[in-house]
Design a protein around this ligand. Structure first.
Ligand code: SAM
Length: 245
């Protein structure tokens, strides 16, 4: 279980027993710079774009879109986006060491330079990114923690939704999808309470309604989990939000 204290400035990631923690801390030459873990994900707060541009030999002051995908698993969606849009920067974040290591391996295999894999807790987002740094924030199928005693573990609650709004740029959009109807209604309730923070751009409880070919959709139009949910006939709930300024 992830402690709430994760969102405090004093929080320290502890060394983990997972062998992939060690592998991420000491990346082989082939993966160097493609993945970061723990507090290393907070070392370039406010500078991720400039850092990427400089390492690509481009003007570090150039304006390029920064996408962040929270709970990206092994980065299937962000990897495809990064391949298709080499002039945008993508950062995928997940809590699982092995998935993030796999993501870095895939970036190396496909020679994708504009993708970073972060093994970190989504609750640390304000420590990873400076106000206005992110253009597009994506959260696809966050763990719903359905049982009453588990609900306190939900990432997308009022406090988190309030904390991430300032991180988006003036054109910034936050997109969230879930198959879990009750979690979606919970999120809508939190957003209603945050009417001074977020503006709802689009909201649907059945994203693929009217698409008889939804089962044929592939990554990145749909995520790995989304494909399974569509196969099971579950409606996909989706909301796009823009921070109020
Ligand atoms: C249900 S999966 C969805 C994966 C992917 N987005 C998809 O749609 O195929 C949820 C993912 O969120 C990650 N996750 C859960 N809580 C997290 C947290 N606090 N910080 C970062 N990642 C988290 C899990 O490790 C898992 O990979």
């Amino acid at each position: 279980m992830i402690s709430r204290s994760v969102s405090s400035p004093e929080f320290q990631y502890a060394p983990a027993k997972n062998i992939y923690w060690g592998k991420l801390k000491n990346l082989p030459e082939t993966l160097r710079g493609l993945a970061l873990t723990d507090h290393d994900t907070e070392t370039h707060r406010g500078n991720w774009r400039a850092q990427f541009l400089a390492s690509a030999g481009k003007n570090p002051g150039a304006t390029i879109p920064l996408h962040v995908e929270v709970g990206c698993n092994a980065g299937h969606v962000s990897l495809e986006w990064a391949k298709r849009n080499p002039d945008s920067l993508y950062i995928g974040i997940d809590w699982k060491f092995k998935q993030i290591y796999r993501m870095a391996e895939k970036a190396a295999k496909f020679k994708v330079k504009n993708l970073l894999a972060f093994r970190a807790n989504a609750e640390r987002l304000p420590f990873m990114f400076a106000p206005g740094e992110i253009d597009f924030l994506h959260m696809f199928f966050p763990d719903p923690w359905p049982k009453k005693a588990q609900k306190k573990n939900r990432t997308a609650d009022e406090a988190w939704l309030r904390s991430i709004a300032p991180l988006l740029s003036s054109r910034g959009v936050f997109h969230l999808k879930t198959d879990h109807a009750e979690y979606f209604e919970f999120i809508l309730g939190e957003i209603e309470r945050l009417g001074d923070v977020w503006e709802v751009l689009e909201m649907t409880r059945d994203l693929h309604a009217g698409n008889p070919d939804a089962k044929k959709l592939t990554i990145p139009e749909v995520t790995l989990f989304e494909r399974l949910f569509i196969k099971d006939g579950l409606p996909i709930h989706s909301i796009r939000l823009r921070p109020r300024r």
